[in-house]
Ligand binder design. Structure first.
Ligand code: FES
Ligand code: FES
Length: 157
């Protein structure tokens, strides 16, 4: 499939030299030192590796780097602006919506994507929208509370 030499990550053109068949997660973590997206299952079953690609929540462990060349990639490291956390990040902190934190970056990226599609989701819509995000610590109730709180704050795109 060839090689890729540049990716648009967190608003900047990042130089890489990677086999286009490698996973996006591998390139982000190993080549660009963006370790917020986590390796959980490695096969699309847990969403710990979720990033945004052109605004869509995307499991980076099953996404080829070559397939996202030229698209806008946002990782958890790119959410804060001017030193201020994204409202979804703030809401997760305020609701204490994490225990070990391993799922949290993926949860937050999934929630950001959900709130873009559905700015004021019901609990049922959050459950459906976050389907596939696994939290081994079982903090689901607080995660739902955090997403509802973020929606009330008008979490920005
Ligand atoms: S690590 Fe990507 S879905 Fe589990
Ligand atoms: S907080 Fe531990 S896996 Fe979710």
């Amino acid at each position: 499939m060839g090689r890729i030499t540049v990716l648009d990550v967190n608003g900047a053109e990042r130089r890489v030299d990677a086999d286009a068949d490698r996973t996006l997660l591998s390139v982000l973590r190993d080549d660009l030192d963006l370790t917020g997206a986590k390796y959980g299952c490695g096969e699309g079953q847990c969403a710990a590796c979720t990033v945004l690609v052109d605004g869509q929540a995307t499991k980076s462990c099953i996404t080829k780097a070559g397939s996202v060349a030229g698209k806008r990639i946002v990782t958890i490291e790119g959410l804060a602006r001017n030193g201020k956390l994204h409202p979804v990040q703030e809401a997760f902190l305020e609701a204490d919506a994490l225990q070990c934190g391993y799922c949290t970056p993926g949860m937050i990226m999934g929630a950001v994507s959900l709130l873009r599609r559905t700015p004021n989701p019901s609990e049922a819509e959050i459950s459906i929208g976050m389907n596939g995000h696994i939290c081994r610590c079982g903090t689901y109730p607080r995660i739902v509370s955090a997403i509802r709180a973020a929606s009330k704050k008008g979490a920005r795109a």
